[in-house]
Design a protein around this ligand. Structure first.
Ligand SMILES: Nc1ncnc2c1ncn2[C@@H]1O[C@H](COP(=O)(O)OP(=O)(O)OP(=O)(O)O)[C@@H](O)[C@H]1O
Ligand SMILES: Nc1nc2c(c(=O)[nH]1)N=C(CO)CN2
Length: 170
């Protein structure tokens, strides 16, 4: 089984429900085993900053499916939740990004893993580090190291509340 880490973000509509809905859809997939879901963090928008604050979480899954199939599932869930792509880095009902896939380095037209901007984004690293308290590979260790050097308050990450205790889901 492969270890997969996702980042999920939302800044439109009922943000908390959007996250819950996305996690429920992941849970329903028989190909996926949901291992851990982080707390919910409210975060100031990064990139295009003139938009509403986000809620962000990270999720750890185990699966036998390929990275491309994983991307397809993420995009299917985005469609199901009615994501309309307005512009890059703009507001969205839901966004599912593959952060890490089984310690692999992937570079295709549609998929780059590790996610190319993950290491500079506190809204990604804070939840990811929360669900990986003992990093067991180089990519996770790097996430921990870089987060330590980051000023999360300056990066606009606020703890929001718990969404499933940050522990085993089942
Ligand atoms: N690791 C990845 N996870 C998800 N999508 C990826 C990844 N690498 C490349 N992509 C591609 O990125 C495309 C655009 O993604 P999207 O519109 O979500 O970008 P964005 O969320 O606005 O920006 P960012 O990539 O900075 O988070 C997707 O169609 C997908 O093919
Ligand atoms: N705080 C925050 N900012 C963002 C986010 C996000 O999920 N959270 N996603 C983006 C596009 O991927 C751009 N900016």
């Amino acid at each position: 089984m492969k270890d997969v880490y996702l980042s999920i973000g939302t800044n439109m509509g009922e943000r908390y429900e959007n996250l819950q809905h996305a996690v429920d859809l992941l849970k329903e997939k028989k190909e996926l085993e949901l291992i851990r879901v982080s707390s919910v963090f409210e975060t100031a928008a990064v990139g295009y900053t003139d938009q509403a604050d986000f809620l962000n979480i990270a999720v750890h899954l185990k699966t036998a499916i390929s990275s491309v199939e994983m991307l397809n599932i993420c995009q299917e869930i985005e469609r199901e939740l009615g994501r309309v792509r307005e512009f890059r880095w703009g507001p969205r009902v839901i966004d599912l990004d593959i952060l890490l896939y089984n310690q692999e380095n992937i570079e295709t037209e549609n998929l780059i893993v590790p996610h190319p901007r993950m290491y500079e984004r506190a809204f990604v690293l804070v939840p990811l580090v929360e669900i990986t308290p003992s990093p067991f590979d180089e990519q996770l260790q790097q996430a921990h190291d870089l987060l330590q050097q980051m000023d999360c308050e300056k990066e606009g990450v606020i703890f929001w509340n718990h969404f499933n205790e940050p522990s085993a889901v089942n």
